[in-house]
Design a protein around this ligand. Structure first.
Ligand code: ZN
Ligand code: ZN
Ligand code: FE
Length: 755
């Protein structure tokens, strides 16, 4: 064999793949050429004496850090006598299809460059190369080329041009290539926008160390930053940002610092240092330098490492963990331009560390947690967007999925790829809706796709549904939990039918009720609702989602048949008698109540009852505390019933509620009650699945929904079900509502194929 054509598909463009192949070819003594094409790269390689085999082997076993090889196929071709190896860039048409890569964390070589006083990029905050740097967030059009990025206004100096053109250089074709002579630069301003003279990093780090709040312009938006070891500073940030208790993420200088504040497993460490550099949710250590205000009442902490040279310089200068939270006010979109930051964050930050490279597209930090058998992306944004998720079969037409309401993202399916948009946030205000619409348009432009079909949630009031209705394409409404379940099936290339466990806070059901404790027999185009959790009447509707004591009262009222043991639970001592009476009246008269099946509501109810937490300051707060308090060595369940006389079957947790109250009366510690509750939920799910398997035959099991961000639930569910059944959960796509859009497009495709 002395000539092969190799075709590689995957993330191999804009990530330094061609120069890497070039170097491998040189090292292995292979001649030939490489070029980008519409699906990836094509290599013609020529050589003898087994060199081609060695070359192929290298390509198959390694690659540049940000590349993902999905498919490598080769065939023999006629030998050509070439003297060397070259990178062909002449195929203009093929280059048109070069997709935009995600933003890449600063590589080790660039970190070395900025730390080296003899390097011409010493302390230069915008250093990057073909292996790292901004991509998606600076691109305004395709093909991904400097002239259509926000680097366009900066003309490369001679030195930078030389690197850019030198195929042997790490900066060969690095579109954002820059140095202090020609590239963007930093500034520090006060809250009024007046530039302050001096070294920007020095000024900002001094302010942080002194306890001030600094707005830092990052890759996909502004962060609000303060000293994470300074309780007063963190408190001030909380009050100015109007954020009571929702945890703040922190950035630490290096992995060693991460170890000193949290327990970090090998898999978590891998995620921390990955090229995507997400926030990794980890268990914090009890006694650390971190102010408790960073994540009040929370055993987890979101940790990330620096991912731009600016972060490296700043974190080195302060030498301590910094709070790095999205630069926004409560639920608004993250601030993007300097002007916007000054207007919107002027009342929060004391100082602004800004620069003159525009952010073209907002992209929040991604969030990852290691759950059960591996890492799960809880928020898929910077570092992953716009890398597509691969389907087994191409879709029949291009589809836009509009997503849900909370933690919205959208998805665009075309061919075998589904591209999820960046995290948008809760679609609750005009600012967020504007950002959502703009983000969809931009992504459609990048992908050169005109959707032929629009998929949206069944909920008529969601802003995402309303948005879908303004579009001219045909529409398909997809039930929320069907989308959760079908999404996992599609992620794992499961044909269906499958048994889907969809447990979350809420989602609109086909009967108009709030579903969320569902067991579905699901195919892509349809589903049957096998079982659901016994509904809880929510007094005052959504009010009960924050005032979780109302949910606790409702389950007690139900379990004790009108005689809830209110005076025996300290929770109710803190609530006025009048309020309790009003809610009880609402519950018994079914006045202004809505029925909710959400598993999340049971977590809320139990957390409220036994932790004495009557109020949630953000959705899911009490549920999360109830999860984290559980003693994971206890695995004795409480009782439960499954009523199969009705359709869907009803999973009845009233026995569990009575058992737990008894346990509490006997003085059992809350950590044990929480563990037993978790075990009950798992066993109830498992029992239902076993009954379903007995009736419908052996089927794969998938689980999804916001409840499966809970490590205990995931681990125990998987332990009880495998290896008897194939069990799969979300990995690349968030289990929460950030994953809904992905499920919507696969369901809509299946429905459309049949009509
Ligand atoms: Zn680099
Ligand atoms: Zn330069
Ligand atoms: Fe959901």
């Amino acid at each position: 064999m002395n000539g092969v054509r190799i075709q590689i598909k995957g993330i191999v463009q804009g990530v330094g793949f061609r120069p890497w192949v070039y170097r491998v070819a040189k090292e292995t003594g292979v001649s030939g050429r490489i070029r980008n094409d519409s699906r990836g790269v094509t290599i013609d390689a020529f050589g003898c004496h087994g060199r081609i085999e060695v070359f192929l082997n290298r390509l198959e076993s390694s690659g540049p850090p940000a590349a993902v090889v999905r498919e490598l196929v080769w065939s023999e071709i006629e030998h050509e006598d070439l003297s060397g190896f070259e990178i062909t860039t002449s195929l203009e048409n093929a280059e048109r299809n070069v997709s935009i890569p995600p933003d890449l964390a600063t590589c080790d070589d660039c970190v070395d460059d900025i730390a080296d006083p003899d390097n011409r990029r010493f302390r230069y905050p915008f250093t990057n190369c073909t292996n790292c740097g901004p991509r998606f967030t600076i691109a305004s059009d395709i093909p991904y080329d400097r002239i259509v990025t926000t680097m366009a206004p900066f003309e490369m100096c001679e030195d930078c041009v030389r690197e850019y053109r030198d195929v042997e250089d790490r900066r060969f074709h690095a579109q954002p290539n820059a140095c202090s002579v020609c590239g963007p630069s930093l500034d520090v301003t006060d809250a009024a926008g007046n530039v302050i003279e001096g070294d920007p990093i020095g000024l900002a780090s001094r302010a942080l160390v002194e306890g001030e709040i600094v707005a830092v312009k990052g890759l996909g938006g502004f962060h609000l930053s303060c000293d994470a070891t300074n309780p007063a500073a963190v408190r001030r940030l909380r009050s100015r940002k109007r954020r009571d208790e929702k945890p703040f993420a922190i950035m630490v200088p290096d992995v060693g610092d991460a170890d000193s504040v949290a327990m970090i497993s090998e898999r978590e460490r891998k995620m921390l240092v990955s090229v995507e550099r997400p926030i990794v949710l980890v268990r914090r250590k009890p006694e650390t330098c971190l102010a408790s205000e960073v994540a009040p009442n929370n055993k987890l902490v979101g940790v990330m490492l620096p991912y731009t040279p600016l972060h490296h310089l700043l974190l080195d200068a302060v030498g301590r963990p910094l709070v790095m939270t999205s630069g926004n006010l409560s639920e608004e979109p993250i601030a993007q331009s300097n002007e916007e930051a000054l207007t919107r964050l002027g009342g929060i930050a004391d100082l602004f560390l800004i620069h003159d490279r525009e952010i073209e597209t907002r992209c929040d930090d991604s969030v990852v947690r290691v759950l059960g058998t591996g890492p799960v992306i809880l928020r898929r944004s910077r570092g992953w967007v716009p890398r597509p998720v691969a389907l087994r079969e191409p879709v029949s037409r291009s589809i836009l999925g509009c997503g849900a309401h909370l933690k919205n993202t959208f998805a665009i399916a075309s061919g075998s790829d589904v591209t999820l948009g960046p995290h948008i946030g809760d679609l609750e205000n005009i600012e967020t809706l504007g950002s959502y619409e703009a983000s969809i348009e931009r992504m459609l432009k990048f992908l050169e796709i005109k959707p032929e079909l629009v998929a949206h949630d069944l909920h008529p009031q969601y802003l995402s549904t309303r948005y879908a209705e303004t579009r001219s394409e045909p529409r398909i409404a997809v039930q929320h939990h069907h989308a959760h379940v079908a999404g996992v099936m599609a992620e794992h290339w499961i044909d269906g039918p499958a048994i889907g466990l969809a447990w979350d806070g809420t989602g609109y059901g086909t009967d108009g009720e709030a579903w969320g404790g569902e067991v579905l027999l699901a195919e892509y185009h349809r589903f049957d609702r096998i079982a659901t959790l016994r509904p809880i009447p929510l007094a005052g509707g959504d009010t009960a989602i924050r005032q979780v004591w109302r949910v606790a009262l409702a389950v007690l009222e139900d379990a004790f048949e009108g005689f809830p043991p209110i005076d025996r639970l300290p929770l109710f001592a803190a609530i006025s008698e009048n309020e309790i009476d009003v809610v009880r009246l609402m519950l018994t008269k079914r006045f202004n109540t809505v029925n909710a099946h959400g598993a999340g509501r049971y977590f809320d109810a139990f957390g409220a009852m036994f932790l004495g937490r009557g109020h949630s300051s953000f959705e899911g707060q009490v549920s999360m505390e109830w999860n984290l308090v559980a003693d994971d060595t206890v695995d004795v369940p409480y009782s439960f019933d499954i009523d199969t006389s009705q359709s869907p079957w009803e999973i009845d947790l009233r026995p569990c509620i009575r058992d737990a109250v008894d346990d509490f009366m006997c003085g059992t510690v809350v950590s044990v009650i929480a563990a037993r509750f978790h075990e009950t939920m798992v066993r109830a799910g498992v029992a239902t699945i076993e009954m379903a398997q007995a009736r419908w035959g052996l089927l794969p099991v998938v689980y999804s929904g916001g409840c499966f961000q809970n490590d205990l639930l995931v681990e125990r569910l998987v332990r009880h079900l495998s290896p008897r059944f194939v069990v799969r959960g979300n990995r690349q796509v968030p289990p929460g509502d950030g994953g809904i859009a992905f499920g919507q497009v696969v369901v809509a495709d299946a429905i459309a194929r049949r009509t």
